[in-house]
Design a protein around this ligand. Sequence first.
Ligand code: NAD
Length: 273
Amino acid sequence: MSATPRIGILGAGGRMGRILIQAVKEAGYQLGAAVERPESTLIGTDAGEMAGIGAVGVKVVGSLEEVVKDCDVVIDFTAPAATVHHLKVCRENGVAIVIGTTGLNDEQKAYLDESATETPVVYAANYSVGVNVSIKLLELASKVFGDTVDIEVIEAHHRHKVDAPSGTALMWGEAIAGALGRDLKKDAVYHREGHTGPRERQSIGFQTIRGGDIVGEHTAMFIADGERVEITHKATNRMNFASGAVRAAAWVVGCEARKYDMKDVLGFNEIKV
Ligand code: NAD
């Protein structure tokens, strides 16, 4: 392996791909390769120019096979079928892979698990370091407050978002429920209207706001009589996902073949709180 990791970006021309190229350069790592669909009009262009940061001397190519030898690790933010193909190439070549693509079906997830027995794989539905740190804080607050508070999660996103509550809000709810030994399927309350009766302590409430261009905001409230703790995360652009994924890529180079997540990357298991 080279002194600074050589990182390949798969889906280089996508919304995330372009920011990832910028994040690799900002972190001082080498851009090993930039890969797009073979039929993309971007093939042959300079990856840095495409990403808006000026020429970097790496051309966009149409397949990972062409450039896999130039990479110590690749970051994949593409689409599920492409991710499966990239996993296959990585396991054949012993190259680590960081996967951000969402929406994998059960079969594709099983292939990911199987591939991780042969090459290191990092997989996270949210690479934001802040969102993952917030989860650790939620677990701490939930354990300390226990059943002495009412817990509500509020999230806000832009008006184009089609699902509610957000995947991150649900991830937060799972973390809170897990720390309290509750079952989110049973205890989540997604809707209140009319004569609801008094609030039950076990409930974990979710409130959704949609509007304008809000990138993503989440707040968990731990509400007692006489005081309230609020844990909030606000995303203002996509760079927070990209820098987290680049951090994961640099971390996973040289690790043994296994499936990892952001808790491993951020060393949560070693932090005692
Ligand atoms: P996008 O559509 O803008 O970009 C995807 C890119 O992948 C496109 O440029 C496309 O041409 C390219 N691509 C498709 N097939 C390919 C192949 N076989 N080889 C190479 N390139 C290929 O989408 P996006 O907004 O950048 O998001 C990409 C994925 O990342 C989505 O699944 C999204 O949900 C996910 N995402 C995850 C996180 C996270 O933190 N985990 C954050 C943001 C987005």
